[in-house]
Design a protein. Structure first.
Length: 251
């Protein structure tokens, strides 16, 4: 079957709705990037006449989906162990459910998981678990277009994106990057954890904000030219030279 890309769609939301993984859609449509265009047609199942791919050793067959299984989007820095801890399950269970033969994970792909994400805790480990949930939610909006003043899935500016994502977890943020910079507690760059807000001086003071995802990367609504919501690295020269600081609003 095929699917026509709608406004606000991204590979993760389509994969979740179709019971597929992001990688399956990528491979089936020979995609080299995650950016989709409204009206684009994606193949969701292999055509009977489609040439077979070159033979490779077949992975173990995934187990049938148990009741209550859901999809988790892999974030930069995730491991099978951290995901298992987040959902209160075991590494072996995740391997079996997804037919995995190794431990390699790739950010942006989806894993089938069972269980419920760990409840919010005031401890550092609880904060990290909540951060994983925040960045998983944020990843659902990858590719959402940039819209000045936007604060909804129809289009985000930078602070509209962060405020919308955190609102899903009952955390209210100011509607401007400068205002958000005054919330929570200051965090050094060396102490960043997933879910922290990172700030930049792109013009006249604190004027851009994103959500740290781990491994030196962050997710943000960048600009119309950059494709809206994307991942970027703190080490990129543009952001490294404009970095102001970080705040932790997750307790």
């Amino acid at each position: 079957s095929s699917y026509i890309v709608q406004p606000g769609d991204n590979l993760w939301t389509i994969a979740s709705a179709q019971g597929m993984t992001v990688n399956e859609i990528r491979q089936l449509n020979v995609l080299s990037a995650d950016l989709l265009t409204v009206g684009q047609v994606l193949e969701l199942t292999t055509s009977p006449n489609q040439p077979a791919a070159a033979e490779t050793p077949a992975p173990a067959a995934p187990a049938a989906d148990p009741a209550g299984a859901s999809l988790y989007v892999i974030q930069p820095g995730d491991t099978l162990w951290t995901i298992a801890q987040l959902y209160g399950t075991s590494v072996d269970n995740i391997r079996t459910l997804n037919g995995l033969t190794g431990d390699a994970l790739f950010a942006g792909e989806s894993l089938k998981v069972t269980g419920t994400p760990t409840a919010v805790s005031v401890s550092r480990s609880g904060s990290s678990a909540t951060g994983s949930r925040v960045i998983a939610k944020a990843a659902q909006y990858l590719g959402t277009p940039y819209r000045y003043g936007g604060a909804s899935p129809g289009g985000f500016d930078c602070s509209g994106f962060t405020s919308y994502v955190f609102q899903q977890f009952g955390i209210s943020l100011n509607r401007s990057a400068a205002g958000q910079y005054g919330q929570g507690s200051a965090v050094s760059k060396a102490s960043l954890i997933a879910g922290d807000l990172v700030f930049f001086n792109t013009y006249g003071g604190v004027s851009h904000v994103g959500i740290y995802t781990g491994n030196g990367e962050f997710i943000h609504s960048s600009s119309p030219q950059s494709g809206g919501v994307i991942y970027s690295a703190l080490s990129e020269s543009y952001y490294a030279s404009r970095y102001v600081g970080a705040r932790r609003v997750i307790r």
